[in-house]
Design a protein around this ligand. Structure first.
Ligand code: ADP
Ligand code: MG
Length: 421
């Protein structure tokens, strides 16, 4: 073992209390410490954060971490502060800070106390911040949730497009680490190009989730009754039910409550206090089921979610994968049940009709994949993994029989013959 290897292992133990690296973490961290540009593609829960947190703690200077959500940044800052002697070790720089707070952050950076600086991309457009960051030692720049840079990603954020330009202004030789859980070849290509790191050392973990069971049912008028039956059969287990609209969320959570299920609603229309309360109830097991729009889930790490139901089919395979991926994080069973009617696809198409043409075209292409996935009669796991550029043989691969098509082969057209929603 070289000195460096010993260093990162003892740093893992010392800072994080873990005795082993997960998956590709060790190789990634070695590359980051060696100041290479690095591209990390790992499913959610794979342990991407550690790939930049650990190197940041053991290298000279401050690492800049770009992340799209304030809540996610805050969680990470709290976690890092919790394992350090000095609160200044990690900071967030965003528009919510007042002048005194910004001064403190800058002071900590100048004094070499701050190892991780979390920033929202829009804060990086502020000239005074860029000027300041130019004047201090930056160890590297990590772009988390890097798919936000791509229009083909499920969460495009235009501010991410500017990052390369800003990084160049902050310094010429700053290594860049891009990280994402979205692995479609198109999005990957976009990320590498936008960040201008085509030669980056790339690490891609498998996206197979062998403990998840994938099932698509035709969506009919009785969908609510069907969901109630499913949830009651899984009494006491934690689950998420995703709906497209806030109205459906409210209705369905009430229907579940009336049927004796401990369910709460969650959507962006609820006031922040209620949202936090319902999220906490779910995490603390004061309720079993969250009925939610897609506003729920990002950054929520509940290990024992046993089922994820899609009352409405998602608008892309990535979204489906992300949302179903919240089940079975602990490695135990996770049942992913989605209801599909072609009518819902038309509805989603209609939603897009006001958008710019380029966006509509992308949206349409993504939806066509969803249709193909919902209507396929082959292994769903094979389909998903193929979508992510991964070969999978369901006869030999792990979890190969964990879907409805493989377990109960049926005729191709069966799923299409449904009626109303
Ligand atoms: P991602 O960003 O890829 O979704 P996270 O960085 O949030 O994943 O990590 C997921 C979980 O894995 C966290 O709870 C984290 O503490 C845990 N974790 C990360 N690395 C290790 C490790 N080497 N050993 C044990 N647990 C780890
Ligand atoms: Mg992450």
């Amino acid at each position: 073992m070289s000195t460096k290897e010993i260093d990162i292992h003892s740093a893992l133990k010392h800072h994080f209390g873990f005795s082993k690296f997960k998956g590709l973490q060790e190789s990634v961290i070695k590359s980051v410490v060696a100041r290479e540009d690095v591209f990390v593609i790992m499913p959610t829960g794979g342990g991407k954060s550690l790939c930049y947190q650990l190197p940041a703690l053991i290298t000279e200077g401050t690492a800049i971490i770009v992340s799209p959500l304030i809540a996610l940044m805050k969680n990470q800052v709290d976690a890092i502060r919790g394992i350090s002697d000095h609160d200044g070790v990690a900071h967030v720089l965003n528009s919510s800070l007042n002048k005194t707070e910004v001064k403190q952050v800058k002071e900590d950076i100048v004094n070499g106390v701050t190892k991780l600086l979390y920033v929202a991309p829009e804060s990086l457009t502020k000239e005074e911040h860029v000027e300041f960051l130019r004047s201090v030692t930056i160890s590297f720049m990590a772009v988390d949730e890097a798919h936000c840079i791509s229009e083909w990603g499920h969460d495009f954020r235009p501010e991410y497009r500017n990052l390369r330009h800003i990084i160049k202004r902050i310094g010429d030789n700053i290594p860049i680490i891009g990280l994402t859980a979205t692995a479609t070849p198109k999005v990957q290509e976009d990320i590498l190009k936008s960040l201008d790191i085509q030669d980056a050392t790339t690490f891609k973990a498998s996206f197979n989730r062998p403990n998840l069971y994938y099932e698509i049912r035709p969506k009919t008028k009785t969908v609510d009754a069907d969901i109630i039956r499913f949830v009651k059969k899984n009494d006491g287990k934690s689950g998420i039910v995703y709906c497209l609209s806030r109205k459906r969320v409210e209705e369905l959570s009430q229907v579940l409550q009336v049927n004796g299920v401990k369910a709460v609603p969650y959507h962006a229309g609820l006031d922040p206090k209620t949202r936090v309360k319902h999220q906490d109830m779910f995490l603390m097991e004061d309720c079993d089921v969250v009925v939610a729009t897609i506003a729920f889930g990002m950054g929520i790490d509940k290990p024992d979610v046993r089922f994820v139901i899609h009352h409405d089919i998602p608008k892309s395979i990535e979204s489906y994968y992300q949302e179903t991926g919240r089940a079975g994080r602990d490695g135990g069973e996770g049942h992913c049940l989605a209801y599909y009617a072609y009518k819902d696809i038309e509805k989603l198409e209609k939603f897009m009709s006001g958008k710019p043409v380029a966006e509509q075209e992308i949206g349409h292409a993504l939806l066509q994949e969803v249709v193909a996935f919902a209507e396929t009669s082959v292994s769903r796991r094979k389909f998903i993994l193929h979508y992510f550029g991964e070969e999978f043989d369901n006869a030999t691969g792990e979890g190969g029989d964990m879907d409805d098509n493989v377990r109960y082969p049926k005729k191709q057209n069966e799923a299409k013959s449904d009626v109303v929603i």
